[in-house]
Ligand binder design. Structure first.
Ligand code: MLC
Ligand code: AMP
Length: 498
């Protein structure tokens, strides 16, 4: 049995699947090249049998062919973030015990120290040349593991979220039907490709529907509008921070240019926003500038998408809409009993879209499901006039900044290693552009008073962890606010920054 994504791709062989690196690639090319690359990965073996294959590959044709090749070889794909420093990459490689690493050549230098010290096979994706050898790829059952994505949580280190081919199919198909994806769609991918927003909602859905996906290497408002102006793109998906940045850019343009872009954007079929709360002000400004009413939806690495405003019907500002088909949702109290309609409760979820486990963390996996198998999201919501509204999270230690989920505990752990720091508390404070801004209250070691230097700590931290996890403000305090038990009160830490 062919994997479902390939069955789909075979229906659209002659259509353009991808624009990247200055050229168009058809589905036929994607099928052929990924099949041949799968052969190279297999290296004479029959089936990777769920071995983890990490890949650090630039957005574009190479990324999609690598992903599809890993899947066809029977491997579990582990996308690495192309902007992470070595310690974050090494953490994922060690945690997954990946023994194959696929790379765009430019990432070889950053990983070289790791490669030197580990018996890991390296495949440089650009230098692979397709030969027309006959391939004999394994049969893959869709219940097999397919993907591990790393997510921050209430533990200090990120956890690997494992999904199967079946989970991925469920996550994609509910969106393809609900948002009416079709082969005439053309989406632009501006999102990072180590998270579900980019992988499932943009690449997964477009490739499933036989649509076209244009990639740009990194977020840039001017490049996005240049592509919009060409008039071929008709679907766009981004996080609220990106819409905020696009609005700021549009507002710098002369009226005539803005009118031209509005005329183009009015023709779009769909614009979606999610990964963090969409401020009503951003939704309204975007409508005024683009003529588009953003469709806000709610999702999570462990689920793909779960709740969505309707494609046709009211897209209500400040609300995330209704459960997607195939996704069951309940709002529950602390003892996991359903709350009454109109009362707030934690969102718990069941459905084929829900992940299977945290990679090699059986306790964390057990803890995150109720006894009867519902996944506990940690997000609090309420239903008002039939629509779900997200009210917040049940942990102050999870921060959402720029659409990234970030663990305050992970940052604190790293900060405490810094020479002059005695103790610290990291929190997210409300910010119009970033959703939340990461800030840190710092207690300096008494003998090192006056030696704490913000720039020094900032430069140091980005060598240890992703730059989007870097605190943006520091405040030196004598003591952290604590309760009677001696525990740091994060809400009081937030007040220090007001
Ligand atoms: C970057 N900067 C920040 C920041 N990140 N400032 C404050 N807070 C942050 N979080 C600053 C940098 O220091 C720099 O400043 C400037 O912004 C540009 O940095 P950059 O790294 O080039 O940022 P940019 O490319 O502009 O990134 C912004 C972004 C990016 C919004 C494009 O954050 C992004 O791609 N976010 C999407 C994440 C995502 O896909 N999440 C989905 C997870 S899945 P200076 O002064 O140095 O120039 C999920 C489930 C679901 O959540 O529901 O979808
Ligand atoms: P991640 O773990 O990176 O997949 O992030 C998932 C989290 O993003 C969810 O648990 C929510 O807290 C948040 N989130 C996603 N979409 C929305 C939304 N539309 N509104 C508010 N929060 C959201």
């Amino acid at each position: 049995m062919m994997l479902p994504f390939l069955v789909q791709a075979n229906n659209y062989k002659n259509s353009t699947a991808i624009y990247s690196d200055g050229r168009a690639f058809t589905y036929q090319e994607l099928i052929n090249q990924s099949e041949q690359l799968a052969n190279i990965i297999l290296n004479g073996g029959k089936d990777l049998n769920e071995a983890r294959v990490a890949f650090m590959v630039n957005p574009g044709f190479d990324y999609v062919q690598s992903l599809w090749a890993i899947w066809q070889a029977g491997g579990v794909a582990v996308p690495l973030c192309i902007t992470h420093p070595l310690p974050s990459l090494a953490y994922v490689l060690d945690d997954t015990t990946a023994d194959i690493l696929m790379l765009s050549a430019e990432y070889l230098p950053i990983l070289e120290p790791y490669i030197q010290e580990h018996a890991i096979r390296v495949i440089i994706v650009e230098s692979f040349n397709a030969t027309n050898t006959i391939t004999n790829l394994p049969e893959i059952n869709t219940s097999r593991k397919a993907l591990i994505l790393y997510t921050s949580g209430t533990t200090n280190k990120p956890k690997g979220v494992v999904t199967t081919h079946e989970n991925i199919e469920a996550q994609i198909t509910t969106l393809v039907s609900s948002w009416e994806w079709s082969s005439s769609d053309h989406v632009i991918c501006v999102l990072p490709l180590h998270h579900v927003h980019g992988i499932i909602n943009v690449i997964g859905c477009s490739m499933w529907a036989g649509a076209t996906c244009t990639f740009i290497s990194h977020f840039s408002a001017s490049s996005i509008f240049e592509l919009f102006a060409e008039g071929r793109i008709n679907v766009f998906m981004a996080v609220p921070t990106i819409y905020f940045k696009l609005i700021a850019f549009l507002e710098t343009l002369p009226q005539e240019k803005r009118d031209q872009l509005k005329a183009v954007m009015q023709q779009f079929r769909l614009m979606v926003c999610g990964s963090a709360a969409l401020p009503v002000s951003v939704m309204e400004k975007w409508e005024a500038l683009s003529g588009q009413i953003l469709l806000e939806r709610y999702g999570m690495t462990e689920l793909g998408m779960a709740i969505s405003n309707p494609y046709t019907g009211e897209r209500r500002p400040g609300y995330v809409g209704l459960p997607l088909p195939g996704v069951s949702i309940k709002l529950v109290n602390e003892t996991y009993e359903e709350v009454n309609l109109g009362e707030p409760g934690e969102i718990i979820v069941k459905g084929k879209n829900v992940f299977v486990e945290y990679w090699q963390k059986p306790e964390a996996t057990t803890e995150t499901f109720t006894k009867d198998g519902w996944f506990k999201t940690g997000d609090i919501a309420i239903v008002e006039n039939g629509y779900y509204r997200i009210m917040g999270r049940n942990s102050v230690d999870i921060i959402k900044s720029g659409g990234y989920k970030i663990s305050a505990l992970e940052i604190e752990e790293v900060l405490r290693e810094f020479d002059a720091i005695d103790d610290c508390a990291v929190v997210g404070i409300k910010d119009d552009e970033w959703g939340e801004l990461i800030v840190a209250a710092i207690v300096v070691i008494p003998e090192k008073q006056g030696l704490f230097d913000e720039k020094e700590v900032s430069d140091w931290i980005v060598q240890k962890m992703a730059s989007y996890k870097k605190p943006r403000k520091y405040l030196i305090v004598n003591d952290l606010p604590r309760n009677a038990m001696g525990k740091v009160v994060k809400n009081d830490v937030k007040k220090l920054f007001e």
